[in-house]
Design a protein around this ligand. Structure first.
Ligand SMILES: Nc1nc2c(ncn2[C@@H]2O[C@H](COP(=O)(O)OP(=O)(O)OP(=O)(O)O)[C@@H](O)[C@H]2O)c(=O)[nH]1
Length: 314
């Protein structure tokens, strides 16, 4: 019969890709596997196996910077597990380096040996799963035709920032943009060409908007787009005017038609103070109202109103 001893089990644990350590009831490390040692080396903690033994895991977590909430959660998890208050603990956390993004899940399991309690701590690399989840989220939030955010993603984002901008009483701008006479483009040149136009509009607008987490651009429905931003009104007005001009001089790349029709958009832009509205929908309605005015004024134009003018007119 094969002999299974400490060295045998050690060799087996060293084959595992998870970083595993075992701590005793005081938090002292009593065992680490090869992946744990390698992870330490990769993170400039060049310790041999024997040097890890006796290091206090809880002290190491306590030494983490104040803002490191993951370490705090792990300490709580370890304390609850050792006190027998919970049966199982796990928590996902990012561990990014300047070179690469990494995510791990740490799980704790209680183990008894010779009437003593130990915790098996295992850090499992979940980077591939996280990247795949992020990609699925990105695809679900992106309108496949225009590359803009979907309406649902916009609503989620808008609701999540609404409380924040109300709290900060920060002014914001909403622009509603609608393609002019799009029905006749579809009717005269076909829906596939219509789709090419929408695709082109998405590319042009995205190329004009600066990358900023203060700007959200989404396809609101059909041939209507929305721009939400906390950037200053003067800057936003220039941006939407630039969008209008670039689209009206755009040459659409299409295999569908030779005689490419002219494209234009009408835009309603408003600057608002959140305290004057109960929710973002009221603000959107107002921008829609000015979009309608732009259509009435002959299309291919921007009607923009700042919050001073707006409150003077109300
Ligand atoms: N090709 C294509 N057409 C779409 C899409 N979504 C909406 N439309 C079309 O957009 C057109 C919108 O027409 P209307 O609402 O009458 O507006 P319009 O012709 O642009 O007129 P104005 O808004 O007054 O300038 C309809 O013909 C819709 O079928 C799409 O994803 N692809």
């Amino acid at each position: 019969m094969d002999i299974v001893d400490y060295d045998f089990l050690n060799a087996a644990f060293d084959t595992l890709s998870d970083n595993i350590c075992i701590i005793n009831a005081s938090g002292d490390i009593v065992y680490v596997n090869a992946s744990w040692i390698q992870f330490g080396c990769d993170n400039e903690l060049v310790l041999e196996r024997s040097h890890w033994i006796g290091v206090n895991y809880l002290d190491a977590c306590h030494d983490a910077p104040q803002e490191d909430l993951v370490s705090k959660r792990i300490i709580e998890g370890i304390e609850q597990m050792l006190a027998g208050k919970v049966e199982y603990f796990e928590c996902e956390y990012p561990c990014h380096s300047p070179e690469e993004k990494l995510w791990f899940i740490v799980s704790l399991k209680r183990m008894y040996f010779a009437k003593r309690c130990y915790l098996v701590i295992s850090h499992h690399n979940i980077t591939r799963r996280k990247l795949a989840e992020d990609e699925v989220k990105r695809l679900a939030n992106t309108d496949f035709l225009t590359g803009a955010l979907t309406r649902a993603a916009f609503d989620r984002h808008a609701n999540s920032v609404w409380d924040q901008i109300c709290h900060l009483s920060k002014k914001f701008c909403i622009a509603m943009l609608d393609v002019d006479d799009f029905k006749s483009i579809n009717d005269n040149y076909g829906h596939i060409f219509g789709d090419d136009c929408l695709r082109h509009i998405g590319v042009v607008i995205k190329s004009i908007l600066p990358a900023s987490n203060e700007i959200v651009f989404a396809r609101y429905g059909g041939e209507e787009f929305i721009l939400y931003t906390t950037r200053p009104f003067s800057e936003t007005r220039l941006l939407v005017e630039q969008i209008r001009q670039r689209l009206s001089s755009a040459v659409i790349d299409s295999e569908q038609v030779d005689d490419i029709p002219e494209l234009s958009v009408s835009i309603g832009l408003v600057e608002l103070k959140p305290c004057d509205y109960d929710n973002l929908n009221q603000a959107i309605d107002l921008a829609d109202h000015f979009l309608y005015q732009a259509k009435k004024q002959g299309k291919n134009c921007v009607i923009s109103v700042d919050c001073k003018t707006l409150s003077a007119s109300q």
